[in-house]
Design a protein around this ligand. Structure first.
Ligand code: AKG
Ligand code: FE2
Length: 316
């Protein structure tokens, strides 16, 4: 698959003493690219390494072992290669993934809908994922405060609107095998062109290239630009519900992962608005000349429709 152009996205320093400057650079990034990097994000390198080590160990198991934790009806667990399809990928995505939703404290475990590998084989899995979930959520909330400032809103806008009550955030471990062509010479796609569904995605990768964005989805031919790796940074992107909330002032940008002939691991962290929250275009993003483009929608309904369609397409 053709290499994309190289793109230099804005880098936002979360330790910057001046939140207004950080907010300004986020605003420009979200309007122009829908993607940016964050550095000094507060997630320990050692914790991320542990997450990647657990992920590698999980995906190296046999298909039978992985399928024992296959995705349940609440979208928690293992999704196997070609089980996910978006409209323009007739073959499906070659990636395999593992979803972990909000993690319960041990005393509430009878209501836990997550799936957990055995403690004997994966002794540090749960503690690692629990720490990562908490730290990534805290980082995401800080970024969302800056996003609120960048929209000239109160820094607590998302909190006050109930976006985190309860928080709806998912870790998704991803593994791409790295083959470029399958035996019958069909082109393989790691993750076909898509946008993310929620508010914000934080993405950590092992440094292997492959992620590309397309800023003008309706232009033909589409132009794909490579997102390169910056050591120690996280890649952040806007999802559909934040695009709707901001009436398209901020962009939920099309992206994909192409195979580069090398195995690749990444960890996405999706922050969605709380399922019962109704997302309605912000008044500050609408005017007579620029009326609201979307009807209000319940966050959980939007996400459920998107998820059920990618897995339904794969089985039809
Ligand atoms: O693996 C990546 O780099 C991107 C994954 C992604 O776009 C997703 O899971 O939504
Ligand atoms: Fe994505």
């Amino acid at each position: 698959m053709a290499a994309g152009r190289r793109l230099d996205l804005p880098v936002v320093d979360l330790a910057s003493p001046d939140p207004r400057t950080a907010a300004k650079s986020i605003r420009q990034a979200c309007m122009e690219y829908g993607f940016f990097y964050v550095v000094n994000h507060g997630i320990e390198r050692a914790l991320l390494e542990q997450v990647f080590a657990n992920s590698r160990k999980f995906f190296k198991q046999t298909m039978g072992e992985k399928m024992a934790l296959r995705k349940n009806s609440s979208y928690r667990g293992y999704t196997w290669p070609y089980s996910e399809k978006v409209d323009d990928s007739p073959e499906g995505d070659s990636k395999e993934t593992f979803y972990i939703g909000p993690i319960m404290d041990d005393e509430k475990l009878e209501n836990d809908i997550n799936q957990w590998p055995s403690k004997e084989l994966f002794p540090s899995w749960k503690k690692t994922m629990q720490s990562y979930h908490a730290d990534a959520l805290a980082t995401g909330k800080r970024i969302l405060s800056l996003i609120a400032l960048s929209l000239d809103l109160d820094a607590e806008f998302f909190h006050k609107n109930g976006a985190f009550e309860p928080p709806s955030a998912f870790i998704r471990l991803l593994h791409y095998a790295g083959d470029v062509n399958c035996p019958d010479n069909k082109e393989i796609i790691g993750a076909a062109a898509h946008t993310d569904y929620g508010m914000l995605t934080l993405l950590a990768t092992d440094g292997t290239p492959g992620l590309q964005i397309c800023r003008e989805k309706d232009r033909h031919p589409q132009i794909w630009e490579d997102i390169h790796h910056i050591d120690g940074s996280l890649i952040v992107n806007i999802g559909d519900l934040l695009e709707r909330w901001t009436n398209c002032v901020f962009r939920s940008t099309l992206h994909r992962v192409v195979p580069v002939g090398k195995e690749r691991y990444s960890v996405a962290f999706f922050i969605d608005p709380s399922p019962n929250l109704v997302v309605k275009c912000m008044e500050s993003c609408c005017s007579e000349a620029y009326p609201s483009r979307f009807a209000p929608i319940k966050s959980g309904d939007y996400i459920e429709e998107k998820l059920s369609s990618v897995y339904k397409l794969a089985t039809s």
